[in-house]
Write a new protein. Structure first.
Ligand code: SDX
Length: 433
């Protein structure tokens, strides 16, 4: 096969000017043109709405190939991590770049377990929310509220120890907050973490346990949720992670940066899609399950309806996470003895879309959100809780990306623009004489 020649520089011709811009190649062969000097050399900036062609940073955390449907955390394929690892080990891997030794792992788990309790005064804020407040709004507020209880974490020049402790605190406390949000929505007393449980079991205990009863976690459910958290743990520079990095680039503290990530993830085009998928499938089911009709609606430009859980900015092939979750769906539901008719609708919808020219042409495949909600539902979570579960999984990715950005001393993020508004004009007092 002909060896591909990688140029050292890109040559840009602008009118009578020619400038050379350096080429930067990643460890997986991704190619880029470094435009750091573009404006100095030419007076021009680039314009790229939605950053579809723009790399914001160099990162060593996650690699994904959208054409080949590849996803790796720190070089490890997601398929292997989902099958053989657990969420705590994956969180350690994302934080520190290597898999832990046995001692490092037990130390990490012990430190995380020790910080699961949330300060009682946080409840004063929490109790102010109406019981039907959307879980993402509550989580976003509570995450930022936590910063008030750890003033040392506000120091932008905190040392490695302090930053590490803050990351562990956030990782440890989010399950407690998420479980409290669920308990409030069903009018139950909140539960407190029990350190005898592992991370996922503790979360399930606080979410579904009752003070008056012993809690026996179903290993099928613990395994399914652990796998879902692993699959959501990081995804390079997606909307919410880029938000965490952008907010962190101003030297804002990790709590505020993660709260911003929660806010970005809430959007229905991003993490909010997992809630929308279930609502869409329910709507199709109550409409008689006419899948063909809804596929046509999704194609109709005059119809705002989109096939939620389908399509992706980067994956132009199957989202590898969706493949794993789809397999887990069948496995978990059959082990739990659940037949959920919307799983059948989801499969019919996928089959219809993948045969339809509109979706094939645009390379629209099921993404991570298409099947995840069906498992969350089988575990017993209400639909409105699905996106906070996405946030719980994405948390180690957000924190790792924040840490990487701060350690590489990246400058404050401040994109430029092309102004298209009114040119200069003199003030005329039209309204006020
Ligand atoms: C996540 O970035 C990440 O990594 C995100 C994520 C992560 O782990 O962080 O993977 C998690 O957010 C997954 C995506 C969840 N969102 C959804 O499922 C919502 C439905 N999907 C779309 O809205 C859309 O596909 C996006 C937002 C995911 C991607 O949008 P893009 O890249 O901006 O693509 P686009 O909107 O320009 O679509 C290209 C074409 C358009 O048609 P044309 O104008 O070319 O005729 O495809 C069409 C779109 O109308 N299209 C869809 C569609 N998605 C795209 N048509 C119908 N249904 C859809 N779902």
């Amino acid at each position: 096969m002909k060896q591909k020649v990688i140029p050292q520089n890109a040559l840009l011709k602008l009118g009578d000017k020619e400038v050379e811009l350096p080429v930067v190649i990643g460890t997986e062969g991704e190619e880029s043109i470094d435009i750091n000097k573009l404006r100095d050399l030419t007076g021009y900036i680039t314009l790229d709405s939605g950053y579809k062609n723009t790399g914001a940073t160099k990162s060593a955390i996650t690699f994904l190939d959208g054409e080949l449907g590849i996803l790796r955390y720190r070089g490890y394929p997601i398929e292997q991590l989902a099958e053989k690892s657990n969420f705590m080990e994956v969180a350690y891997l994302l934080f520190y770049g290597e898999l832990p030794t046995a001692d490092e792992y037990s130390d990490f788990v012990e430190k995380t377990t020790k910080h699961t309790l949330v300060h009682e005064d946080v409840k004063k804020f929490f109790e102010g929310f109406p019981s039907n407040a959307h879980p993402m709004g509550q989580l976003c507020s509570l995450m930022c509220t936590l910063s008030s209880f750890y003033p040392d974490s506000l120091n932008p020049n905190a040392g490695k120890e302090e930053i590490d402790l803050t990351m562990i605190r956030i990782l440890a406390k989010m399950p407690t907050l998420v479980s409290w949000i669920h308990k409030k929505s069903i009018g139950h007393q909140v539960m407190y973490p029990l350190n005898k449980y592992d991370y996922v079991t503790n979360f399930l205990y606080m979410t579904f346990g009752m003070r008056s009863e012993d809690y026996i976690a179903d290993p099928v459910i613990v395994d399914a949720l652990d796998k879902l958290l692993i699959l959501h743990a990081d995804h390079e520079q997606n909307c919410s992670t880029s938000t965490v990095r952008m907010v962190g680039s101003s030297q804002a503290n990790p709590y505020a940066s993660v709260a911003a990530g929660v806010a970005a993830l809430w959007g229905p085009l991003h993490g909010g899609a997992n809630q929308q998928v279930i609502e869409m499938l329910e709507k199709i089911k109550s409409d008689g399950g006419n899948v063909a009709k809804w596929v046509e609606k999704a194609k109709d430009k005059n119809d705002p309806f989109r096939l939620m859980g389908f399509g992706h900015r980067v994956y132009k092939n199957f989202d590898p996470r969706a493949k794993i979750i789809k397999q887990a769906c069948d496995n978990v539901l059959s082990k739990l003895g659940i037949h959920d008719p919307i799983l059948d609708i989801a499969k019919q919808l996928e089959e219809a879309a993948l045969k339809d020219e509109y979706f094939v042409e645009r390379k629209l495949y099921p993404n991570v959100d298409f099947y995840s909600g069906i498992i969350y539902r089988a575990i017993g979570f209400p639909t409105e809780m699905f996106t906070v579960l996405f946030a719980l999984g994405r948390l180690p990715g957000w924190l790792s990306q924040w840490k990487e950005m701060r350690e590489s001393n990246e400058p404050i993020g401040r994109p430029r623009q092309i102004y298209v508004g009114a040119t200069e004009r003199d003030y005329m007092n039209i309204a006020i004489r």
